[in-house]
Design a protein around this ligand. Structure first.
Ligand SMILES: CC(C)(COP(=O)(O)OP(=O)(O)OC[C@H]1O[C@@H](n2cnc3c(N)ncnc32)[C@H](O)[C@@H]1OP(=O)(O)O)[C@@H](O)C(=O)NCCC(=O)NCCS
Length: 200
């Protein structure tokens, strides 16, 4: 059993560990160990994630946790202010910037529940299209997105210190309203991120 909730700044350290491990799972075989480690050390360190969690009007982190232990087992992040890639066609787009589930939670429905949680928040903020970037060589992720109705659009190029990756595809789908696909307890506050910031 798992539960869903919005991240709070005190989650940053644990989230950083999970984010680093799962980033490695998704990307190391594609971009190489060295760059995967360097990327995680810079972008997924706990101080940075803590700051992003606090910037609730720019980033939104949805967490899946083990219902018994409370351990974080997956997360999705919406980039609320990131401009959409030029190939995105749908109206009012928002990027699903990160989407990662721990190995033990894969194939269990956690990813579907997280996707719904992200969509629910996006709907509340009046977005209508969810878009993301995925490398088709990450076959499991690619298949997950395809099976959930994401359509491939344009190509995005990632530049690394020692090269580039021109295989990244943009994918998008209309936000379906954020309906839940599991019976996991759902604990999203019905407040805007701005309100959450004011309250903290
Ligand atoms: C991407 C991710 C969130 C998807 O969650 P998940 O729980 O694994 O997803 P599901 O098991 O529901 O669906 C995966 C699909 O790929 C299939 N699959 C499983 N292993 C596979 C493999 N090695 N190669 C190809 N497809 C695979 C599954 O059968 C399933 O397809 P189906 O729905 O047709 O049965 C999760 O795998 C993950 O966190 N991966 C590592 C990090 C990552 O790559 N994140 C995405 C970055 S863009």
């Amino acid at each position: 059993m798992f539960a869903l909730r919005v991240a709070v700044p005190s989650d940053a350290e644990e989230l950083s560990r999970l984010a680093t491990e799962t980033f490695h799972d998704g990307w190391a075989s594609i971009i190489g160990e060295e760059f995967a480690n360097a990327y995680a050390a810079e972008h997924l360190r706990s101080e940075r994630l803590g700051a992003e969690i606090e910037e609730g009007d720019t980033h939104h982190f949805a967490l899946a946790t083990n219902a018994e232990t409370g351990a974080i087992i997956g997360y999705g992040k919406l980039g609320l202010k990131r401009p959409a890639h030029e190939s995105v066609l749908g109206p009012r787009p928002v990027v699903l910037q990160r989407f990662y589930v721990a190995a033990a939670g894969r194939g269990t429905g956690v990813a579907d529940a997280l996707l719904s949680a992200c969509e629910q928040e996006a709907t509340r903020l009046l977005f209508a299209t969810l878009w993301l970037e995925c490398d088709p060589r990450n076959e499991r992720a690619w298949r997950f997105y395809e099976r959930r109705g994401f359509i491939a659009r344009g190509v995005s190029i990632y530049h690394y210190p020692n090269g580039f990756n021109d295989k990244i595809r943009i994918m998008e789908r209309p936000i379906t309203g954020g309906e839940r696909t599991t019976s996991a307890p759902f604990a999203y506050p019905h407040k805007s991120p701005q309100d959450q910031n004011k309250a903290s």
